[in-house]
Design a protein around this ligand. Structure first.
Ligand code: CP
Length: 311
């Protein structure tokens, strides 16, 4: 497999490999791994972190990047299909990182691309590179990936980062709490997958009740762009984390958030020892460097690299 589309495409060992490589690249930066490579970032939906951390990762590894941050300014606006767009860009570049508002768009793109497609988020479906940086951050803060207790808070229905991370952690024996509005509950297909894997999860009414029991509090934004505005107004502001709610937290409990935040974490939380979301965002560069080194180098270079790095 050369594309990165969905977390279920990864084995546990592959996820561990990327996490280990990310840690090595954070400790000892490399500036040559993508020398001579040209990658494209094609974003049909807004982004700050995913696009810019990929572009940082590429440039700091010595590669070059072309692309667009606004699909509406491309020939898609004139009616060009995604298939034709991808055929063309894959004839120019060594890999394509793509974000698209439609679920399944990255999978479709992979069918027409002659180079690796890396899914930078497809609608409410998957965000695999976010999961890699989340896993790296869990390893960095908790010292392990196995048997973590994680509360997911907020929009569990449309939150693609939640879907991808829950699937990944189900390979590591996690225990989950789901906290959020009933209308934004975890999709049935994901709950069924967790059931099949024997993963324990329970639904909690409030953030406060789960805080004493967890290693990670994974906050998310309500994905306003994915549903009706009147519904959003009813739900907005229901699950908000404030610093005073953290008094019963375990000392090493960390708060993660894929960001951007809107109003779900008040700014007084930022100064607590539990806040880790800004370092998490920084880790995006290292996790994405690890992913790109693994996917975008020719096999011979990978083999040479594996002698110096443990993969
Ligand atoms: N976490 C994340 O995907 O952020 P952006 O939407 O800013 O890329």
């Amino acid at each position: 497999r050369k594309h990165i589309i969905s977390i279920p495409d990864f084995t546990r060992e592959e996820l561990e490999l990327v996490v280990t490589t990310a840690a090595q690249l954070k400790a000892a930066p490399r500036d040559e791994l993508l020398k001579g490579r040209l990658l494209a970032t094609c974003f049909f939906e807004p982004s700050t972190r995913t696009r810019l951390s990929f572009e940082t990762a590429i440039q700091r590894l010595g590669g070059n990047v072309i692309g667009f941050a606004d699909g509406a300014n491309t020939s898609a606006k004139k009616g060009e299909t995604l298939a034709d767009t991808v055929r063309i860009i894959s004839s120019y570049t060594d890999a394509i990182i793509m974000r698209h508002p439609k679920e399944g768009a990255a999978r479709v793109a992979s069918e027409f691309s002659s180079v690796p497609i890396i899914n930078g988020g497809d609608g409410a479906n998957q965000h695999p590179s976010q999961t890699l940086l989340d896993l790296f951050t869990l390893q960095e803060t908790q010292g392990r990936l196995d048997n973590l207790t994680v509360a997911f808070v907020g929009d569990l229905k449309y939150g693609r980062t939640v879907h991808s991370l829950a699937q990944a952690l189900s390979l590591f024996g996690a225990k989950f709490y789901f906290v959020g509005p009933e209308a934004l509950a975890m999709p049935d297909y994901l709950c069924e997958e967790l059931d099949e894997r024997g993963i324990s999860y329970s639904i909690a009414e409030t953030i406060e009740e789960v805080i004493p029991h967890i290693d990670i509090l994974y906050m998310t934004r309500v994905q306003r762009e994915r549903f009706d505005e009147a519904e959003y107004k009813k739900i907005q502001g229901q699950f908000v984390l404030r610093a005073d709610m953290l008094r019963n937290a375990r000392p090493n409990m960390k708060i993660l958030h894929p960001l951007p935040r809107v109003d779900e974490i008040t700014t007084d939380v930022d100064a607590t020892p539990h806040a880790y979301y800004f370092e998490q965002a920084k880790n995006g560069v290292y996790a994405r460097q690890a992913l790109l080194s693994w996917r975008c180098l020719p096999p011979r270079a990978q083999s040479a690299l594996s002698k110096t790095m443990r993969w």
